[in-house]
Design a protein around this ligand. Structure first.
Ligand code: AMP
Length: 382
């Protein structure tokens, strides 16, 4: 029986996973290089070590019954070392290998019979010219590994952009993708256990700002046939990956045309709402999946919910307007315990329950306007 869970990564996803795992009675050990991390503040223990330090990775495996991860940019070698040591890692190294590399991931999605944007591998400046000639402009040049929140990617509208982006990439392996003029960005959270039980959450509709998720609306305002197609794609991908755990798939929707953008082999920002608006949160579902517990379909507790990310403003670390925000009985606030509100850093989020999407969106916009960052050093000087 599983009694202790190891988590690689100590960010907010790890924090919410830890809170749910502890509620369910598990011990949690987090491994993360930064002290006092959002997850480490909650976990029973935090091992402060680099993800590439195999000695401490081995210790995490030895101290827990199953190891999981809250982000995909960890060295594959760390997972492979644990598996070589006969430690249980969920999702497996095989899943991480595919989902942490954009080329392998897109190839896998296409092998599942699901569409992606057109793309080409780029190693040299010449490859980039060939890719642009073949796929055309505009496009997006991305590092094949390690990018998140729009980092490591460049919009290419012409030759000057291409030269600048290729230089900025500093020799890292790249992928050139056709720019998809989408109407909506969608995502779905799905979970699968080792017994092959698969559950999906309602399709989410996401709005980004500068590559960073700003707002999630659930359920997405799309035709039922599109929602069915998203759900079927998730089930196909879950089985194809043989994944154990909760994961997310992001899509572009252009007209009736659905394209997979990427797969995240972990709990996901667009599933935060499930803590407040579903019978089983994505975090509990992940714990159930990796600990061989039953997966049963989650039900929504309200007709609609909106999640708003609270991003750092770069000036001031104290969040103002909380009192006013919490006057709305349909709002719940989640803060991640991060000391510094660096510009666009994910500091927290709030969810708003609604009778329909318009109702939740209206209250979310009112809430968003109430929040602001206060420079507490300036306040204490005054
Ligand atoms: P990603 O890291 O691939 O999820 O990209 C971050 C965000 O950039 C996406 O959510 C989109 O808003 C935008 N984006 C990325 N790739 C493309 C693309 N090929 N076409 C249009 N927009 C894109």
């Amino acid at each position: 029986m599983t009694s202790a869970i190891g988590i690689l990564g100590g960010g907010q996803l790890g924090r919410m996973l830890t809170l749910e795992a502890k509620r369910m009675g598990y011990r949690v050990v987090v491994l993360e290089p930064l002290t006092n991390s959002p997850a480490g503040q909650i976990a029973d223990e935090q091992i402060v070590a680099a993800y590439a330090d195999l000695r401490f990775i081995g210790e995490l495996g030895a101290r827990t019954d199953v190891v999981t991860y809250e982000f995909e940019n960890i060295p594959l070698a760390a997972i492979e070392a644990l598996e070589a040591d006969r430690r249980l890692v969920r999702p497996s190294g095989g899943v991480l290998r595919i989902t942490q590399e954009r080329l392998l991931e897109k190839q896998f999605v296409r092998e599942c019979g699901i569409a992606t944007v057109d793309y080409a591998a780029v190693g040299t400046h010449g490859d980039l010219g060939d890719a642009i000639a073949e796929i055309s402009l505009p496009g997006v040049l991305k590092t094949t590994m390690g990018g998140y929140d729009g980092k490591g990617q460049w919009l290419i509208r012409g030759a000057a952009d291409a030269d600048a982006a290729f230089g900025a990439a500093k020799g890292r392996p790249l992928i050139y993708e056709a720019f998809s003029p989408f109407d909506k960005e969608l995502s779905i959270i799905c979970a699968r256990n080792a017994a092959g039980e698969v559950v999906t959450y309602p399709v989410a509709e996401n709005e980004h700002d500068g590559g960073v998720l700003a707002t999630t609306i659930v359920p997405a305002r799309i035709a039922p046939a599109i929602a069915d197609e998203v759900r079927r794609a998730a089930e196909t991908i879950a089985a194809g990956l043989d994944i154990v755990g909760a994961f997310a798939i992001e899509f572009f929707l252009a007209g009736e045309h659905l394209l997979v953008n990427e797969i995240a082999p972990r709990v996901h920002n667009t599933g935060h709402y499930s803590l407040d608006a579903a019978t089983i949160s994505q975090y509990e579902m992940h714990v159930r999946a990796i600990c061989d517990l039953p997966l049963v379909p989650p039900r929504m507790l309200v007709p609609a919910v909106v999640m708003v990310n609270i991003l750092g403003g770069g000036s001031g670390d104290q969040l103002g307007g909380v009192n006013e925000l919490l006057r709305d009985p349909d709002v719940s606030l989640h803060m991640y315990g991060k000391a510094h509100a660096a510009l666009r850093r994910k500091m927290g989020h709030f969810t708003v329950l609604g009778s329909d999407a318009d109702d939740a969106l209206r209250k979310a916009e009112l809430g968003r306007r109430k929040l602001h960052w206060i420079d507490n050093r300036a306040v204490s000087r005054a």
